[in-house]
Ligand binder design. Sequence first.
Ligand SMILES: NC(=O)c1ccc[n+]([C@@H]2O[C@H](COP(=O)([O-])OP(=O)(O)OC[C@H]3O[C@@H](n4cnc5c(N)ncnc54)[C@H](OP(=O)(O)O)[C@@H]3O)[C@@H](O)[C@H]2O)c1
Length: 287
Amino acid sequence: MKVLVTGGDGQLGTELCRRLEAVGHAAIAFTQKDADFTQADLLRASIAAQRADWVINCAAHTQVDKAESEPELAFAINRDGARAVAEAVASYGGRLLHLSTDFIFDGTQSHPYRETDAPHPLGVYGQSKWEGEQAVCAVLPDALIVRTAWVHGAHGHNFVKTMLRLAAERDELNVVDDQIGTPSWTGDIAAALITLMEQNAQGCYHFTNEGVASWYDFAVAIIDEARALGFPIKVQRVNPIPSSAYPTPARRPAYSVLDKTKIRAALGRPIPHWRESLVTMLRELQP
Ligand SMILES: NC(=O)c1ccc[n+]([C@@H]2O[C@H](COP(=O)([O-])OP(=O)(O)OC[C@H]3O[C@@H](n4cnc5c(N)ncnc54)[C@H](OP(=O)(O)O)[C@@H]3O)[C@@H](O)[C@H]2O)c1
């Protein structure tokens, strides 16, 4: 199939294009240079011109804290840009897979969020992504929406790379331990997206790796696994701290574990535990 990937140079988009090509699909990586999401008319025209069988929308304003001070830009990209992509796909009868996020939930639940649970975003990023989902579904009721969380991969910026850098520079690190979620590797997310696409799926699915962790748990695992793999690690102590000791412009959900019952059944194969996939990701970065 011909598959156009927006955000084609982002964390997920890069991995997705690589894997699509590896399994015999023709991937077209669209970057901001090919189609700026703030230019809706040009975006629609350039996507429609490709007439791809599927468009996978990985482009997004993903800087959660920055979004609080530039809400117009976040909504232009995450809501209006997503709508324009859907309109382009609808114009020629293609299919759309749109990426969304655990940040559409407020994190007040104490059991994993299902696809049917009511969204209640805490900040601009989450609100703009939730409105983006609604805009996509209003244009394309058969759109496939996949919500994921805590994304890391070999390409782009993420928590794993930040921890590796800080652990090589500092003796001690403080990491919040009262936000719980699931680290998710781009390789596993991309594989799941491709399976759903090949099944011609529609509707909403949650996908993350298996297991749960706090950012503190994740940081300790990154450092332990990286040390075992021979990364330069200087840090001696990782201290758990509450979010209140690390104020950020955006509020984050305290609990954003996603329920994977629906996608487990669709995939028909086990989803790797986050720690196993962390090691796979670190091996890709191994010095
Ligand atoms: N990162 C996470 O932890 C996380 C968690 C849950 C869900 N998600 C969702 O998963 C998807 C992929 O995330 P990711 O981590 O791969 O994001 P990412 O690495 O930040 O990549 C975002 C992509 O969007 C592009 N983009 C930004 N502004 C644009 C604009 N005005 N016009 C066109 N393209 C623009 C970026 O291009 P430039 O490089 O040129 O800026 C980049 O290619 C997104 O929908 C995100 O909301 C991410």
